[in-house]
Design a protein around this ligand. Structure first.
Ligand SMILES: Nc1ncnc2c1ncn2[C@@H]1O[C@H](COP(=O)(O)OP(=O)(O)OP(=O)(O)O)[C@@H](O)[C@H]1O
Length: 300
């Protein structure tokens, strides 16, 4: 992107040659495709021969008992954990075999919301959102950075004033939204979320879920969502992938998962908490209408 200057000598972006910088959106079926993944820490084997395809446009929930390797799987896909074996294709590129330059070209097409939000406490919310923008688009003027970050903040349902606040001046729910605004800074096609509703009260969690479903549909995102929250699984996930025994042992809609005989799946989805979540979701669907509440891509 070429640099230009406005009347007060601030550099402004020149978008004439911007097409060269922006990759085409991925049009294949599976923005993420994993085969034969193996991850170990010393003698501890976390994943062994793990396969997974994520469908374009879906919200895929990732569940599994504590320590089954959900976060390690996410870290492998975004290049923070080098696998011992296997291939991980993101947008059709095998990132495990890619040169660092190639990984950078893919990295600006995803956004990540880590557990806890991971905002920089010494930066305002707006400045936090500007961090990835500055990293990938060094030519953007401060004026444009301010405008883009404000737009992202408002898009996640925060008031405009939140952009000039520091993270510790916000509630837990607002901090999650601020983290989401930063994850969306680069207009990603893929969004990774690690337990985004952990620590939120049920109403705050339900509102965050609604926002996530709405943004996924309007922005055409594909979402990889690690969660323990059964309400989230029922309310917004198109499919759920279950990690157990070092692999993805099943992936499908919740009714499809219930047809499998895996003991962890039966215990998890047939337990009282799951039945309560299913009943709540059915009640909401009845009250507000199927079209509003059911995930668009859901088969169930
Ligand atoms: N950097 C590391 N070094 C050594 N062991 C690690 C490292 N990161 C993760 N592990 C181990 O890998 C296993 C899987 O961890 P991971 O955080 O992916 O689990 P998880 O499924 O996300 O768990 P939870 O639901 O409790 O968050 C755990 O036994 C953990 O101790």
């Amino acid at each position: 992107m070429a640099e230009d200057y406005d009347e007060d000598d601030s550099p402004v972006a020149n978008f004439d040659d911007v097409d060269e910088d922006i990759p085409q959106r991925f049009t294949g079926d599976h923005p993420i495709s994993i085969r034969g993944l193996r991850n170990c820490f010393g003698k501890q084997v976390i994943h062994e021969d793990l396969d997974l395809d994520v469908n374009r446009g879906e919200i895929l929930g990732i569940v599994g008992g504590s320590g089954t390797g959900k976060s390690v799987l996410m870290r492998s896909i975004i290049g923070l954990q080098i696998p011992d074996d296997g291939t991980i294709e993101v947008f059709g590129n095998d990132i495990t075999a890619a040169e660092p330059d190639e990984v950078i070209g893919v990295r600006n097409r995803w956004g990540v919301l880590f557990q806890g939000g991971a905002l920089f406490s010494t930066l305002t919310v707006g400045e936090n959102v500007q961090v990835p923008l500055k990293q990938f688009y060094r030519e953007l003027s401060q004026r444009l950075l301010n405008e883009i970050s404000l737009y992202k903040v408002v898009m996640t349902g925060l008031p405009a004033e939140a952009a000039s606040k520091f993270p510790n001046e916000l509630s837990g729910g607002m901090r999650k939204r601020a983290g989401l605004a930063r994850a969306l800074a680069l207009d990603p096609e893929l969004l990774f979320l690690d337990e985004p509703t952990a620590g939120l009260d049920p109403i705050g969690a339900a509102k965050f879920d609604e926002l996530l479903r709405e943004l996924t549909d309007t922005l055409g995102l594909t979402v990889f969502l690690i969660t323990h929250d059964l309400d989230t699984l029922y309310a917004i996930c198109d499919r759920v992938a279950v990690l157990a025994d070092r692999q993805v042992v099943a992936v499908g809609t919740i009714p499809e998962l219930l047809e499998t005989e895996h003991p962890w799946i039966q215990e998890y989805f047939n337990g009282p908490r799951s039945r309560a979540a299913a009943a709540t979701n059915d009640r909401l669907t009845d009250t507000r209408g199927k079209a509003m509440d059911k995930p668009t891509g859901a088969k169930a």
